[in-house]
Write a protein that binds this ligand. Structure first.
Ligand code: MN
Length: 133
């Protein structure tokens, strides 16, 4: 079974790029364009990992993370914030709401996969799913 990654991102270009890279490495990708839709997709799609933009319509990324961490079924899914925020305190705030870590935008396609795979158990990484080196 393919590892599923949920992208919650309102910027179409970013979502497209991230989806393209993840699919290339054998991941199944689901995508939501706002915070509320993201929570719904998480509940329905039961992803193995969530990539979460912080600046989102309807519900921001902080609220999404807080909601998911309150849910018994969802709280163990690792959430990685993907954000262009560089304000002092943002990193702390991201971790405070329960994210496992964060990546800065713009993402670097060359290192993106290894960065996000740190947050997946070894048996769920693309490498073990028959990716071509
Ligand atoms: Mn955004």
């Amino acid at each position: 079974m393919k590892t599923t990654i949920l992208i919650i991102e309102d910027n179409q270009k970013n979502a497209y790029l991230v989806t393209f890279i993840l699919e290339k490495f054998g991941y199944q990708v689901i995508h939501a364009q706002d915070g509320e839709a993201g929570i719904k997709q998480a509940l329905q799609g039961k992803p193995d990992l969530i990539l979460l933009d912080i600046q989102l319509p309807v519900l921001d990324g902080y609220s999404v993370a807080r909601e998911l961490k309150k849910n018994e079924e969802m709280r163990l899914i690792p959430i990685v914030a993907v954000t262009s925020y560089a304000m002092p305190g943002d990193r702390e705030r991201i971790l405070e709401v329960g994210c496992a870590g964060y990546l800065e935008k713009p993402i670097n396609p060359a290192t993106f996969i290894s960065q996000i795979e740190q947050y997946l158990p070894a048996n769920k990484r693309g490498t073990s799913l028959g990716r071509i080196p």
